[in-house]
Design a protein around this ligand. Structure first.
Ligand code: SF4
Length: 339
């Protein structure tokens, strides 16, 4: 099997750098901020926690958005993911203006988003590609109308397919190309290699900085989705034993549209609220006792019920990436300079 240089470097790094060394740096500063611009979605996917959400729906205010971006930039910045815990970021009417604002900040690095692609045309494909976003992931449901409706709960296959074709084409013609990932969720791969729509997408994607990935593996959103929800070849991940902290507690801070801060993108209804950024700073929440105790609960065997039921958990393995190692070093250096 062929491994890229990056994977090989990451693998070697995992073997030689003690996890604790990387963790100590990451505890100083979140490497990624997940901003839930909205928790409203225009689809109702069978594999997503959205249909079980009990909290109020809304859109992050302009004031709160700018406050968070300014604060994150001032403290040294990092990566921004504008995909909500649930919700489609393109539902936010000012999505392009918000990305443009993020791009004006010198310490904001990668800006990424995931979408179902239904509203791409409405937002303006060229405008979005030229907004300053670095990567866009588009989820598609199979390669036909019926599969799409079964998986996404709405009848938008042709619309999304045309949008994906257009974004792939447009990405070839703009100056600063965006990394595009098209994820095809499937029920069955039978006949896919000869499916005309798929072959056309594959052909179109050449030289357009895209990846096409097939996906049939899901997690239960902490026990909300069951095996009975899986159709055809769809599968639920196994719930692994959790002896070490979840990596998400060290590399990402997730902020809901109303300012509530939660530890990860699987805390759908805010069971584990760490604070609220209207009253506290990002860094105080990141270094605060609630998150510290949550990390420790894994080694003490007292993890919260939602973590116990979570298959999104990966342990600390993802921490040992070259990217996070570098970020950890930078946070340690900054801490020394700031003292
Ligand atoms: S185990 Fe799951 S619910 Fe708990 S912090 Fe990790 S991703 Fe979130």
């Amino acid at each position: 099997m062929f491994y890229s240089l990056k994977s090989r470097l990451n693998y070697s790094l995992g073997k030689i750098v003690p996890t604790n060394f990387i963790i100590k740096g990451l505890e100083l500063h979140p490497a990624t901020l997940l901003l839930e611009l909205t928790n409203i979605c225009n689809a109702n996917c069978i594999y997503c926690g959205y249909r079980f959400m009990k909290r109020k729906k809304g859109v992050m205010s302009e004031v709160l958005f700018k406050k968070l971006v300014d604060e994150f930039d001032d403290m040294g910045g990092g990566d921004i993911n504008i995909t909500g815990i649930v919700g489609d970021p393109l539902v936010n009417q000012n999505i392009v203006e918000r990305i443009t604002y993020l791009r004006t900040k010198k310490n904001i690095r990668n800006i990424k988003l995931s979408t179902n692609g239904i509203l791409l045309q409405k937002v303006g494909i060229k405008r979005l590609l030229e907004s300053g976003v670095n990567s866009i992931l588009i989820n598609m449901g199979g390669m036909d109308k019926e599969t799409y409706k079964m998986l996404f709960g709405t009848d938008a296959f042709y619309e999304v397919y045309e949008n994906v074709r257009e974004i792939l084409n447009t990405n070839k013609s703009i100056d600063r190309t965006v990394d595009l990932t098209i994820v095809i969720k499937y029920i069955s791969l039978d006949g896919m290699s000869k499916n005309k729509s798929y072959l056309l997408l594959k052909e179109l994607g050449k030289n357009s900085h895209k990846k096409i990935i097939f996906d049939n593996i899901y997690d239960s959103w902490c026990g909300r989705i069951s095996k009975n929800d899986m159709i055809g070849d769809m599968k639920l991940k196994l719930n692994r034993e959790k002896k070490e902290p979840c990596s998400l507690l060290y590399n990402t801070l997730s902020i809901m549209w109303n300012g509530d801060v939660v530890p990860c993108c699987r805390d759908l209804d805010g069971d584990l609220i760490l604070g609220n950024v209207m009253e506290q700073s990002i860094i105080d929440i990141w270094k605060g006792n609630i998150l510290k105790n949550l990390r420790e609960s894994f080694t003490q065997g007292t993890i919260p019920s939602i973590c116990d039921k979570c298959e999104h958990y990966e342990g600390l393995k993802p921490i040992k990436s070259l990217h996070l190692f570098k970020r950890s070093l930078a946070f340690r250096q900054k801490e020394v300079c700031d003292v």
